[in-house]
Design a protein. Structure first.
Length: 186
C-alpha cells in the first residue's frame, strides 16, 4: 500500500514536470515566432528609404504621399522600441496603407513603372509582405498553443503556479493593408 502511494506521487510529479516542460516549449516557440516577424518587419522598414529615393526623382509633385510613408516608417521604428504588439500592429497598418497609396500613385508615372530599380524594390516589398504573412501565421499558431496550454486543465494549475501568461496575437488590419502588386514591364 505504501509503495502504491509513492508510485502515484512519482507519477503525478512526472506528469506535472511534463506539463511544465510543455509550457516552456510553447513559450519559447512563441518567442521564436515573434523573432521571425520582427526580422521581416525590419527588412521592410529598411527597404523604404531606398524605395523613396528612387521614387522622389519621378514624383516631385507627390510630396504628401512621400511624407506620409516617411512618417509611417518612423512610427514603426518607434513602435519597435516600445515592444507593445498592439502599437506595433497599428504602426505596421499605417505603414502598409501609406506604401499602398505610394504604389498606387506610382501607377501614374510610366517612366517610374519602367525603372528597373523601382521594379526591384516592388518585388522585394512583395516578397517581404509574403514573408511577414507567413511569419505572422507561425507566430499566431504558437501563441494559440501556449494560450490553450495556459488555460486548459490541468496545465493551467502549473501555468498559474509558475506565472506563465497568455501571449498576445499579432493582428494586422487587413482592410488598410495592401500587398504591393508587381507589374513586369514588357
Amino acid at each position: 500500500m505504501k509503495w502504491a502511494g509513492v508510485a502515484l506521487f512519482v507519477a503525478l510529479m512526472g506528469y506535472f514536470i511534463h506539463l511544465y516542460n510543455g509550457l516552456v516549449r510553447y513559450r519559447q516557440l512563441s518567442k521564436e515566432g515573434w523573432s521571425g516577424i520582427d526580422v521581416q518587419l525590419k527588412r521592410r522598414a529598411d527597404l523604404i528609404p531606398s524605395l523613396l529615393e528612387t521614387v522622389k526623382a519621378y514624383m516631385r509633385h507627390e510630396r504628401a504621399t512621400l511624407h506620409e510613408v516617411t512618417v509611417a516608417r518612423q512610427a514603426v521604428l518607434e513602435a519597435q522600441d516600445k515592444g507593445a504588439l498592439v502599437q506595433r500592429g497599428e504602426a505596421e497598418d499605417q505603414l502598409s496603407g501609406a506604401l499602398g497609396r505610394l504604389l498606387m500613385v506610382a501607377e501614374a508615372y510610366p517612366n517610374l513603372k519602367a525603372d528597373t530599380t523601382f521594379l526591384e524594390f516592388q518585388r522585394a516589398l512583395q516578397t517581404v509582405e509574403n514573408d511577414i504573412q507567413y511569419a505572422r501565421r507561425y507566430y499566431n499558431g504558437t501563441v494559440r498553443n501556449l494560450n490553450v496550454a495556459v488555460e486548459s486543465f490541468p496545465s493551467n494549475i502549473v501555468a498559474r503556479s509558475f506565472r506563465f501568461e497568455k501571449a498576445q496575437y499579432f493582428e494586422l488590419n487587413n482592410e488598410g493593408r495592401s500587398v504591393p502588386q508587381v507589374a513586369f514591364a514588357q
